[in-house]
Design a protein around this ligand. Structure first.
Ligand code: ADP
Ligand code: MG
Length: 284
């Protein structure tokens, strides 16, 4: 197989097989999970709310086409950290360090924040569909910035809803208000809305914690499908969920990453006692 791209070993301990592709040309390939590409890397990221350093020099690299779960007790900094990955802390907190993506530092002030969020979409705990039709929820951001024909928009709406496993339920009601959807459906609409922008990475902050068990299972199944084409980084306080869907897991405690490894190692033989205490349910 021809190898044209330059690669160098990752700096990340414990995840030796990831190849560092901090290179603008590195994403032209089709998905190939066997390549162990890096999708995103946080380098020395600290986050300050005024004087309060809520994230303390975190280094984490995220592998492409995998699900990385961020776990830790309430207040350990998971939301603060995940928001720093696509500039959602702008105007809320000061972020230092680098967020490396395709050779670019997304934390630098001259980066187009809209573009950052298009490539790195975000799904929150509470489904937040716009007070618009299902169709317009998905097309809204696209039509703000670009010109699309009706046919193109129809195609994007259908493919996004299909990927979010919502198409069959809503295909005859696309003009219905999104506010009439159930919680689980609304969360899948929000996922479809992010997918319509053709992102590389989806950030999810406790996306199922407001949902019923059936919707949780459906979203988890959808995520397992989505990781064939996208990289997913998800905060969850549900340890079973992290163990079910995670490839890698980072354990946060008091603003630091205590341990980062393959999910199965974090849950079966963690190296750090604090991790063991947390995954055994001894605190949190
Ligand atoms: P988690 O998501 O793990 O529960 P957070 O990132 O929400 O943790 O919180 C980490 C720390 O940052 C906490 O001490 C919290 O009080 C603080 N914090 C979070 N959001 C804000 C905010 N908007 N303003 C000031 N402090 C905040
Ligand atoms: Mg949180």
């Amino acid at each position: 197989m021809a190898r044209t791209r330059k690669s160098k070993p990752s700096l990340v301990k414990n995840i030796k097989k990831i190849i560092n592709l901090d290179n603008p040309d590195s994403y032209i390939s089709e998905p190939d999970p066997s390549k162990h590409e890096l999708a995103l890397k946080a380098e020395n990221v600290s986050v300050f709310y005024d004087e309060n350093e809520a994230i303390k020099s975190v280094n984490l690299a995220f592998e492409r086409f995998k699900i990385t779960t961020l776990i830790g007790a309430s207040g350990s900094g998971k939301s603060t950290f995940i928001r720093s990955l696509n500039r959602m802390n702008d105007g809320i907190a000061r972020v230092s360090g680098k967020i490396m993506y395709r050779g670019l530092d997304l934390n630098s002030p001259d980066v187009d924040v809209y573009e950052v969020r298009r490539h790195i979409g975000m799904v929150f705990q509470m489904p937040n569909p716009f007070a618009k039709s299902i169709y317009n929820n998905i097309t809204f951001a696209l039509t703000q910035r670009g010109k699309y024909s009706k046919e193109q928009l129809d195609e994007i709406v259908e493919s996004s809803l299909k990927q979010a496993a919502l198409w069959d339920q809503v295909k005859d009601d696309l003009n219905k208000s999104a506010l009439e959807l159930s919680g689980g459906q609304a969360q899948r609409l929000v996922i479809a809305r992010a997918l319509a922008l053709k992102p590389d990475i989806l950030l999810m902050d406790e996306p199922t914690s407001a949902l019923d068990p059936k919707s949780i299972m459906q979203i988890e199944e959808t995520m397992m499908e989505l990781k064939k084409k996208y990289t997913i980084i998800i905060v969850t306080h549900n340890l079973q969920q992290a163990a079910r869907i995670g490839d890698y897991t980072a354990f946060f405690h008091l603003g630091k990453v205590i341990e980062y490894d393959l999910t199965r190692k974090i849950f079966t033989r963690p190296k750090v006692k604090l991790t063991d205490d947390y995954v055994s349910g001894n605190f949190g």
